[in-house]
Design a protein around this ligand. Structure first.
Ligand code: COA
Length: 512
């Protein structure tokens, strides 16, 4: 039986009649269905029905009945969703981004299909019908108003699309989410499909152009489940020496760009990717001499909250919170103080190429590896094993004013050089990459030919242990390649990777 405190979050009497348990809701979902779920970087994902569905799937499997569903989300979620459903063997197809270890294991074992899609593309791919009919929307919200509009929770992701496109809807109302989230969201309802699409009227990161509420066709809602469960994001590691040095190089570079008048003194709107290096850059900004910063990005991280508190950051636009557990507790307690300065939008708007290009976003994203010509691999270890996914990095890198990729110069205790002759998988081509940074230094590739880029990347970014081998490769390729525009020795260019797979250590000089 729901407590009065919980039911006070469901003010619409018709939807209140549809309150049911998570097990009852999960029992409505059939095998073979496609479900659009809320959730973006461990925030705002449904927490009770996926667990109940995973139990149901495990029971079916024990009885010898194959039961699988396809799961579409905003991006990564939490253990109660990806972890539980993957563990039960319940996911047939997953998209568009995920970072759960069990799901990663199963995708790389070939037991689960995964489609890695630009985050800005997902909503329109579904609306255009490229990804099949949506059977279910399963969406967490903070509250239901008396007229049936929904107050979104700590992420928006693709929720607008899921509730519009799905045949049936299940809503999880999570009392753990602060009521003060009401008013923080901005859901744009003006995107028509081509050829009727109009310009999106957003010209400043903090601008609001839509509604704070999700509008949902009430007749499609078949169940409302009450929960009281926390979001679960991973804690950030304190920035290590390499991350601090990478951050230092980027901030020095941005300072020079401002001095040269190529960007304003308060910079341009910042996009900061996932992970510890991105957070180190934000920490570095606390000490840097920039004021009145803005951010147009995907996720609000710990560093952004600190910048908002000191007033260095004046407004932040994203689609989700991605906070450490400690910061999350603090922010939830003071949510109303951020309501004017944080805007959460659907990811098709937070990552929209038109807006990223118009605002002139400075995009900073992590990478697995880059090659000497500036092609970047963000997703695949040794060319075949997916780590997470491209996420929004392509949306921002392709369309930003400045596209920066960053990584330590080595991985796995120095056995791997992250600067290689040729990347083993390409997510961002040389045409979309302006700057590469490692703890060794920064290579500004703008205006350089491929051979000039190669020299600079090796000199500035490669680890000294790998520099001679990279120089040797470039010199021999320059003599012996089929063409000298982008010189490569095709029998050697991926030899560093195959050497690592054979011996556990990358070496120069090819396969033999
Ligand atoms: N070769 C092999 N393994 C590598 C590697 C390389 N070149 N570079 C990193 N790795 C390994 C690390 O050793 C680590 O392995 P471990 O888990 O066994 O320790 C793992 O990959 C993760 O590396 P780490 O340095 O901890 O990653 P990170 O947290 O800084 O994230 C990315 C780096 C690239 C994985 C991450 O930024 C990402 O997923 N990017 C794509 C999506 C994106 O950019 N989203 C933002 C858009 S808003």
């Amino acid at each position: 039986m729901a407590t009065p405190a919980l039911t006070s979050r469901v003010l619409n009497s018709s939807l209140a009649q549809r309150i049911m348990s998570a097990d009852e809701a999960a029992a409505l979902i059939g095998s073979g269905t496609r479900i659009g779920m809320s959730g973006f970087t461990g925030s705002g994902y449904p927490k009770a029905v996926p667990l109940a569905l995973a139990r149901r799937i495990s029971d079916a499997n024990l009885r010898g009945h194959k039961f699988q569903v396809s799961i579409y989300t905003g991006a990564s979620t939490g253990p109660e969703l990806d972890g539980a459903l993957a563990m039960a063997g319940g996911i047939h197809l997953r998209l568009p981004y995920q970072s759960d270890p069990e799901t990663r294991k199963r995708i790389n074992a070939g037991e689960m299909d995964y489609m890695d899609i630009h985050l800005s593309h997902v909503a329109q791919y579904v609306e255009y019908g490229f990804l099949g009919k949506m059977d279910w929307a399963l969406v967490e919200v903070a509250a239901v108003l008396d007229d049936g509009r929904l107050v979104p929770s700590s992420s928006i992701g693709n929720n607008k699309t899921w509730v519009e496109q799905a045949e049936k809807i299940i809503i999880e109302v999570n009392q753990w989410q602060p009521a003060a989230l009401e008013g923080m969201h901005d859901i744009y309802y003006g995107l028509e499909p081509p050829p009727n699409r109009k310009p999106i009227p957003l010209v400043h990161p903090g601008q609001r152009i839509g509604s704070p509420y999700l509008h949902v066709p009430l007749d499609k809602v078949v169940g409302v489940v009450l929960t009281d469960s926390p979001d679960r994001n991973s804690p950030f590691k304190p920035p290590d020496e390499a991350s601090r040095r990478i951050a230092g190089h980027i901030l020095e570079f941005l300072g020079w760009e401002a001095q040269k008048g190529r960007i304003p003194s308060n910079l341009l709107p910042l996009q900061s990717g996932v992970g510890n290096i991105a957070n180190a850059v934000l920490c570095g900004l606390e000490e840097a001499p920039f004021e009145n910063l803005t951010s147009y990005t995907e996720v609000i991280q710990d560093g952004m909250i600190r910048l908002l508190r000191t007033g260095k950051l004046v407004s932040a636009s994203a689609t989700a919170f991605s906070l450490s557990p400690e910061m999350l507790a603090e922010v939830n307690a003071e949510m109303s103080s951020f309501r004017e300065r944080i805007v959460l939008r659907p990811q098709e708007i937070s990552n929209h190429p038109e807006i990223i290009r118009r605002l002139g976003v400075i995009a900073m994203n992590g990478m697995i590896e880059a090659d000497i010509y500036g092609n970047v691999n963000s997703t695949h270890v040794m060319g075949s094993r997916i780590q997470n996914g491209i996420g929004g990095s392509g949306d921002f890198a392709r369309n930003g004013y400045l596209s920066i990729f960053m990584a330590p110069s080595t991985a796995q205790g120095g056995c791997i050089s992250t600067l290689v002759p040729m990347v083993s998988h390409v997510d961002h081509t040389e045409h979309d990459v302006d700057v590469i940074v490692s703890e060794q230094g920064l290579a500004d590739l703008r205006g350089l030919s491929p051979r000039q880029r190669a020299k600079l990347i090796i000199d500035r970014c490669a680890h000294p242990d790998y520099r001679p081998a990279l120089r040797d490769y470039l010199a021999r390729a320059d003599r012996l390649a089929f063409g000298r525009h982008t010189p490569h020795l095709l029998t050697e260019s991926l030899g560093w990777h195959s050497q690592y797979l054979r011996s556990g250590r990358m070496r120069s000089g090819g396969d033999n």
